[in-house]
Design a protein around this ligand. Structure first.
Ligand SMILES: [Fe+2]
Ligand SMILES: [Fe+2]
Length: 160
């Protein structure tokens, strides 16, 4: 990152990178969780859920990409080995239910992941509001997306 770009970051770089790495890890884990779940599930409504899982899985990967770019821009390194994704993650990973027809659990697991992301991004938006405007904007974009994601899944919950 350039001289002026660095100068305007008032937050501690190590801390910003650490916070970005947690988000980066969670996005990869959500990407993988949704991607795998889309392939695993079976049953009456599975096709509808598959479509949404596929789409959101792709979105989470785009999120990971934005976070990686900012990490590198700040002079940090994205997670270089997948072993470390779980260590660095804040929200973690939930494997698809053993029963591929248990769509209720699928929906609840995704909602939990989205709720955790919303909470984290909301906290990060507050934290960097005045100390790192570029990072703040990334967290804000991601926050908006996760709020949309949650809304989309809550509609499934409301179905009888
Ligand atoms: Fe995301
Ligand atoms: Fe999401």
């Amino acid at each position: 990152m350039g001289k002026k770009g660095k100068e305007i970051v008032k937050a501690k770089l190590d801390e910003v990178i650490k916070d970005l790495l947690a988000a980066y890890s969670d996005e990869w884990l959500a990407h993988y969780q949704y991607w795998l779940t889309a392939r695993w599930i079976r049953g009456l409504d599975a096709d509808t859920l598959k479509g949404v899982l596929e789409k959101q899985s792709a979105d989470e990967l785009v999120h990971a990409g934005k976070l990686a770019e900012r990490i590198i821009q700040l002079g940090g390194q994205p997670v270089m080995h997948p072993n470390q994704l779980l260590e660095k993650a804040g929200c973690g990973y939930k494997e698809p239910p053993k029963d591929p027809a248990d769509l209720k659990t699928v929906i609840q697991d995704v909602l939990n992941a989205e709720a955790c992301a919303i909470e984290y991004y909301s906290r990060m938006c507050e934290k960097y509001r005045t100390t790192d405007l570029v990072t703040h904007e990334i967290f804000e974009d991601l926050l908006k997306d996760e709020v949309d994601d949650e809304e989309e899944w809550e509609k499934f919950l409301a179905k009888p």
